[in-house]
Design a protein around this ligand. Structure first.
Ligand code: GDP
Length: 177
């Protein structure tokens, strides 16, 4: 059988878009209503994708500036990025462009494996970003996008399937440590 593959993922986005909630929902199967981490958190989960087993190490920026992940020694070993905005926050959507530019600056690459996540889909009544806008951005960046609800556990696991697929497609993962 195939050996388990290790993949390191970083979750980035504005404060309060639900990054920690998504990671905790995915790794621990529950929704936390208030979670105030003070340091960068790393979670690990084993998932199966297309018959292969992946040990996914997920780095949650934990309310810090994304520089804490990007400028750290980890940055070059991140295989893929989850870029999260809230569908109820226009500014968090705009922030993704700034974050992606920083990633490209730090890595020196022209494209990185990522998935765009519009979280808080349960807050449709407060929606500020349309599904079509998310899709247009994803098309521009040639990456998948998905709307999720960490609160209702909707499409949360799908984020990581999409990202693993995108990482594998890139055919050029950074060397293992
Ligand atoms: P982070 O700063 O991006 O890590 O955001 P958190 O995970 O701490 O979430 C910020 C706030 O949004 C918390 O009050 C969460 O309970 C709430 N939240 C997170 N995900 C969802 C969601 O899918 N729907 C709703 N309605 N609230 C959410």
């Amino acid at each position: 059988s195939n050996p388990t593959k290790a993949r390191r993922i970083a979750v980035l986005g504005s404060t309060a878009v639900g990054k920690s909630s998504l990671v905790i929902q995915f790794c621990e199967n529950h929704f936390v209503d208030s979670y105030y981490p003070t340091i960068e958190n790393t979670f690990t989960k084993t998932i199966k994708y297309r018959g292969n087993e992946y040990t996914v190490e997920i780095m949650d920026t934990a309310g810090q500036d994304e520089y804490s992940i990007l400028s750290s020694h980890h940055a070059s070993s991140v295989h893929g990025f989850v870029l999260v905005y809230s569908i109820a926050s226009r500014s968090s959507f705009d922030m993704l462009k700034i974050i992606r530019d920083k990633i490209l600056d730090f890595t020196g690459l022209e494209n990185v494996p990522c998935v765009i996540v519009g979280n808080k889909s349960d807050l449709n009544i407060q929606r500020q970003v349309s599904l079509e806008e998310g899709q247009a951005l994803a098309q521009q960046w040639n990456c998948p996008t998905i709307e999720t609800s960490a609160k209702h556990n909707e499409n949360v696991a799908k984020i990581f399937d999409l990202l693993i697929a995108t990482i594998e497609k890139a055919h050029n993962p950074p060397p293992e440590e």
